[in-house]
Structure formats: C-alpha cells, structure tokens
Design a protein. Sequence first.
Length: 301
Amino acid sequence: MARYKWKSSPTAIRNLAILAVAVILLLWLMISCTASSIRQSKANKQYRKLAATVAVDREAYEMQNLTFPSGRVVNASTTPLPDVISEYIWFYYHQDLFPAGSIRLAKGNPDYTHFLYRYGNDNYSTYAGEITLTTAEASETVPHLYQYDPRWGFEEYFDTMIGLDGDGPTAVSMCLIALTGDTKLNPKVVAQYAIDNSLYYEGYGTAWALVPYCAEEYKLNCKEVILDRYAMENELDQGNVMIIVLEGSPNYSTAHFLVLTGYDVQGFFVNDPVSPANSRVRWAYEDLEEYIVAIWSLSKE
C-alpha cells in the first residue's frame, strides 16, 4: 500500500506561520485581559474599601469651614462626600509625590486633602486678595490657623510651600496674633521673615531660632521652659502661650511645631498647624514628654 508523503511548500509554511502567530497573539490577548481584569477587580475592591473607610470616618470630617479663592467651601456638611472620596483616593494612589506621613494627616481632613489634590494636579495659584482672619478665627484667644489654608498655603517657603512644610511659621503666627493683637501677622508674613533671615535647614525644616527671633522682633518675652509638666502648666496659668517641637512622634514623620493654649485634668489644649483631629483631643503630658525637644513660653513685655 502506497503511503502519502506530505510535501512542504512555501505557501503551506507561510500559512502555518500565520496560524502560529495568530494563536500566540490570541493567547497573549487572553492572558492580558485576564490580568487586566484581576487588576481592575483589585482596584475596585480597594476603591470600595477606601470609600467605606471615608464614609465611616464622616464624623472626622466635621470641622470649621475654609473658603478657598474659588469660593468653594470644603466641609463635609456642604461638600458632597463623593468629592471627598475621589480626592482622597487620588491622593492615596499618588502619595509618593508628597512628604512622608501626608497620608496619615490627610485622612479625615478634607481641607488638607483638597490642598494636596490641587497641588498634585498643578491646579493652584497664590492668594491675590488681602489676607484677613475670619470672624471665628478673630474671636479665639489664640486663633487656630492651618498651614495649608489657601490664603497662604501655596506661597513658596524656601524649596517647598507653606502648606507642605510651614508648621513653624504657622505656629509662631498664632502666638504673635494672640499676644500682639495684630491680625496681619499671618503665616505668610512669618514665613517671609524666616526666609529673609535664613531660618530654615534643608532636609530638616524651620529653624527653632524662628521662635525667639520673632519674639524679639515683635517685642514679646520669650523664654525656654524645662521639660516638666508643672513648669509648663505654670506658664499657661500666667496667661502665656507656648510653642513646643516634637521629634520622633508617631503622629508626625518629621519634627513638628505645636502651640499649647491651656490645659485641664485630661491634658493640654493643642493648636496643631496641620491637623484638626489632633487639635480636638487633649494631649496628656505622658504622651508628649518622650518626644518634646524644645519648649518656649511667650508673653507680652
């Protein structure tokens, strides 16, 4: 019985090659679609998880209104929650663009999240209007100001911005306004003073000398206070305001300035330049003493 012997031809080889390439492309497409579907599924799961987290944390978003130059008021009670969620999730996936620890401070803080979102999308400009305090700020014994407030947050501060690294000027500004009554001594003015006097260390932040320098400039008493709860409470009993610097605290990734305005049995009242949440709670001395590296008491002459 004769056997059929297949003979190859250029056409047959070409057809087989085309078929092989088609099969490979089909397999690659199937694998890519499957991988993309898995990634999308994970992203959707992460989105839902973050959205649920933000929704659960809605109470943490209840805070004072801040009016931005555009006229938009960012507050949980007036800003639709989906806007807060979308900006926070964008920031979550782009947090490598910002200083370490920003994600911790942005959670539960729609104003700071919005500031970072605008900065990260290059959607900002310096404030062109005259800087004045709000009625609420002016009514406080020590006005609580935030470094990321767009009235000054987008201003340059050495190689960064006040909103990103201006806790020092903002803390000093709060004290100057409280003790002098001059509401024009806002964080932008104090930051410019720091710039003019080179009171900044690259890679570290605002020089501690900003506190005594500004006190002398605006004719205030400034003295260093020992690390002792009763000594600190005694300064506050006299109506003074205090600035402390924390270093190594789990709440902040770098050295951080805070203003102490008073105390009660639960702990110290704090004006944090970057965190409303940290300002709403009392800080027990035991939670501060391990991280305090500098303390000043400021008062009128």
